[in-house]
Design a protein around this ligand. Structure first.
Ligand SMILES: Nc1ncnc2c1ncn2[C@@H]1O[C@H](COP(=O)(O)OP(=O)(O)OP(=O)(O)O)[C@@H](O)[C@H]1O
Ligand SMILES: [Mg+2]
Length: 427
């Protein structure tokens, strides 16, 4: 059969599901050539868990279905496959597969993969759309989302999709450094400007020149430093600590916060003028618990990924485990989900991931206490609050090791440390 002459993307397979010939339309559709001899299920489904097409082919059934795989533009999209067995002498001698991406059901909640982020959530997809448009321009973007929801991935996507992609991407956490150090890390310092300043230091603004600077936890920036930051944004120059001459910098700013910056302004903790400068394009990442379907989607994708690590092969997640995962409120969002599954891979054995493999706090069904990182309107210290208890339990289980406790809670070490200080748990 002259598959080459077919106008659309098509694959001719032999009985063992290896590609005999691919039509020219295949490379245009998938963005890569498919070589004769390649195994069709692998080409179409990768190592994916849900393999309706592969299973139908193995069973010798004609089938029309969709597989989700990366397309030419790198995005994951459903691909419609119509498979017809070619029968000779009552036996399946091979297959003709007709592929097409246009007719595939592209429903509002079809899964997409965008710069490291999986989602089926319409709100997330809308955010990706705005992100793509904002990336092309040099406008400052403010990313808001709970811990572990993907703020850093969003910042990197903004960089990678921007004309600055070949330039540096630099990140600094404004909550992780004492004010004096933060200033010199940001703007640099000149030799001798303070004890220990034994030589000139360029600072991260200059290191990010021609690239993107990611200002994480911007709401934590001390108020006097905010005044200096405003000057930098307005004049596009920095003055190093101890220096006097402004140095031009060409940097695109992406800032992130887990709390409302507007609220911080109302409370007098953040300068309104700086907020308006930084949030020209605001991007909101919805928390995982507000994205129906994403827990199931991410569970499957993360399980696939952990399977590749090879230690344990999970082919099935039990309904009980799925229910527990759905019920959990995920205060640590995707990071917490990843940690929970990693834990399950280590604790459990065999091909089925069950409820028993999950952390007790996920299966207990208790409405887990959101480890909300520094709400601006934090209530007065409550040592015995559910959150404090949750932190203490995690610390106990981690034998006092904060890095491990943070992992259990699904938050960063910095966030845990800050909450411990606020709840007066830190000693
Ligand atoms: N939609 C997603 N799909 C797949 N992985 C994701 C998704 N969102 C986040 N992740 C993963 O979750 C982890 C946390 O993401 P990230 O570091 O971007 O969060 P964050 O909002 O910056 O958190 P924090 O406020 O604690 O710094 C990373 O391992 C990231 O790869
Ligand atoms: Mg982060």
């Amino acid at each position: 059969m002259a598959v080459e002459s077919l106008a659309g993307p098509a694959l001719l397979l032999d009985a063992s599901l290896r590609v005999v010939v691919a039509s020219p339309g295949i490379e245009a559709l998938l963005g890569e050539p498919v070589r004769p001899g390649a195994l069709a299920p692998r080409v179409l489904c990768g190592e994916s868990l849900d393999r309706p097409i592969a299973e139908a082919l193995a069973a010798g059934r004609a089938v029309t279905g969709a597989v989700v795989r990366p397309m030419r533009d790198g995005a994951m999209r459903p691909l419609r496959v119509r498979a017809t067995p070619l029968v000779a002498d009552d036996e399946t001698a091979g297959w003709l597969l007709l592929l097409d991406a246009r007719e595939a059901p592209d429903t509002a909640d079809a899964p997409v993969f965008f710069h490291g982020m999986w989602t089926g959530d319409p709100g997330m997809k809308q955010m990706f759309h705005v992100l793509q448009r904002a990336a092309r321009r040099d406008v400052p973007v403010l990313v808001r989302g709970e811990t572990g929801a993907g703020k850093e991935l969003v910042a990197r996507a903004l960089h990678d999709l921007s004309p600055r992609a070949k330039g540096p991407f630099k990140a600094i956490n404004c909550a992780a450094l004492p004010p004096s150090l933060l200033e010199s890390e940001l703007f640099g310092h000149v030799k001798g400007s303070f004890t220990g300043a034994t030589r000139d230091h360029a600072g991260i603004f200059r290191a990010a020149d021609r690239g993107t600077l990611f200002l994480d936890e911007i709401a934590e920036m001390p108020i006097d430093l905010q005044a200096k930051m405003l000057r930098v944004v307005e004049t596009r120059t920095v003055i190093p600590v101890g220096g006097s001459d402004p140095i031009p910098v060409n940097v695109r700013l992406v800032a992130a916060t887990h709390q409302s910056l507007r609220r911080a302004v109302e409370l007098g903790r953040f300068r309104a003028d700086l907020m308006y400068r930084l949030r020209v394009v605001p991007l909101l990442i919805p928390p995982l618990r507000a994205r129906p379907g994403d827990v199931a989607l991410l569970t499957d994708r993360i399980v696939e990924e952990l399977n590749k690590a090879g230690e344990r092969q999970v082919v099935h997640v039990s309904p009980g485990a799925r229910e527990a995962l759905e019920r959990h409120p995920w205060p640590g969002n995707v990071r917490e989900l990843r940690n929970a599954l990693q834990y399950a891979f280590v604790i459990g054995e065999g091909p089925v991931l069950t409820e028993a493999d999950l952390l007790p706090e996920i299966t207990s069904g208790e409405p887990g206490e959101a480890l909300s990182p520094v709400p601006v309107n934090a209530p007065p210290t409550v040592y015995g609050s559910p959150e404090a208890q949750r932190i203490r339990r995690a610390l106990e289980r981690a034998g006092g090791n904060r890095t491990r406790a943070a992992k259990i809670l699904g938050v960063s070490r910095v966030t845990l440390w800050r909450r411990m200080q606020e709840l007066e748990l830190a000693t």
